[in-house]
Write a protein that binds this ligand. Structure first.
Ligand code: TXA
Ligand code: MG
Length: 322
């Protein structure tokens, strides 16, 4: 039995699971979320594996206190204060520049992070007890419908997560509205629980991009799709003797293979743990990108479990340079 009534005792247990790096499905006013410690990259990686996502996708960080928005993001437009006064807690997600402490895997390497404060007793209590922002996509297997009851979650994810908190049906039943905030511009990325017209009363006319839908999108279609600024190639695509090690960074899966003085050498997971590998992927890529290299070499990873999503991401990054 993994489904527990969402009383204070069980919410406490759930908060310990989250703090310990586990996965808990919990109700919000929109849909059930699949939550993990949003500041722990390895815990967040487990979300992607449980959902069986073939790709990484940036996640929403859920907070229980409006004052915590600025712990994880930068408020670049003062109208945000009005929006959170009016619409939080509630189904409005704000995309803002991220602070350093937000792991790359949460944002899929984007410089921005999505944040919302859900309007649900159970969600708020769980986040508060855990004492950290909770990263949570909808609690369904990739490609399936979003869950609005604990039974939906159980049918889809039961064997893959540690606990399901049952808080009854979701009041809104539709995901949050996602609004990207820039210094002088607001952009609607996904229509949702708060009608855009209501938001426009405070922001003026909002540009509508609606790039986010729950339908699977083709690889590379998303504008926030991550690729490093210099060429990335797989190890087996190059003649290792012909590369200049001083201008090359290399990312191995579990151990060093070549005895050359590469400018930067990184290992995704010495213990061949896919969670750890996924958690390190984005930060390693970012680090190598920040060094003045001519080439990033990456070892191929077996396409099992999270390996599929890792390889998808790398393949897209490499495709740009073929
Ligand atoms: O109502 C909701 O928003 C629910 C509940 C659980 O809070 N969550 C939800 O999460 O719908 P998810 O992961 O299914 O959808 C979040 C969407 C994704 O399509 C993702 O691409 C987008 O938000 N997103 C997240 N961070 C982003 C960012 N930094 N920039 C642009 N889009 C972002
Ligand atoms: Mg979803």
């Amino acid at each position: 039995m993994k489904v527990f009534e969402a009383n204070e005792k069980n919410i406490s247990t759930a908060s310990h699971i989250i703090k310990g790096g586990g996965l808990v499905a919990f109700p919000t006013e929109t849909v059930y979320g699949l939550g993990a410690n949003g500041l722990n990259a390895t815990a967040v990686a487990k979300i992607f594996e449980a959902k069986n996502r073939p790709t990484f996708n940036p996640l929403i960080l859920h907070i229980a206190d409006k004052n915590h928005l600025e712990d994880i993001s930068v408020v670049v437009n003062h109208i945000v204060y009005k929006l959170i006064e009016v619409f939080w807690p509630g189904p409005l997600t704000l995309v803002l520049p991220k602070k350093e402490k937000v792991p790359e895997i949460v944002t899929s390497g984007n410089p921005t992070v999505a944040v919302r404060m859900p309007d649900h007793r159970v969600a708020l209590s769980l986040i508060e007890k855990a004492g950290i922002p909770i990263a949570a996509p909808s609690a369904n297997i990739f490609g399936q419908l979003s869950p609005t009851t604990a039974a939906h979650v159980e049918a889809s994810l039961k064997d893959k997560i540690d606990m399901i908190l049952d808080g009854g049906g979701c009041r809104v039943g539709l995901e949050s509205t996602i609004l990207q905030v820039e210094e002088s511009k607001f952009t609607l990325l996904r229509p949702g629980g708060v009608p855009v017209e209501k938001i426009e009363e405070y922001t003026g006319i909002i540009e509508k991009k609606e790039i986010i839908s729950d339908a699977p999108v083709s690889p590379g279609q998303l504008p926030y799709h991550y690729s490093p600024t210099q060429p990335l190639k797989f190890l087996d695509e190059v003649d290792i003797e012909s590369v200049d090690p001083l201008k090359t960074g290399i990312i191995y899966f579990s151990e060093k293979k070549f005895d050359k003085n590469f400018s930067s050498v990184k290992v995704l997971s010495p213990t061949r743990n896919m969670y750890e590998a996924a958690a390190n992927l984005f930060s390693h890529l970012h680090l190598l990108q920040s060094q003045k290299l001519d080439l990033i070499l990456v070892e191929r990873i077996e396409r099992t479990g999270l390996g599929t999503a890792i390889m998808d991401r790398l393949q897209r990054a490499a495709a740009k340079y073929r």
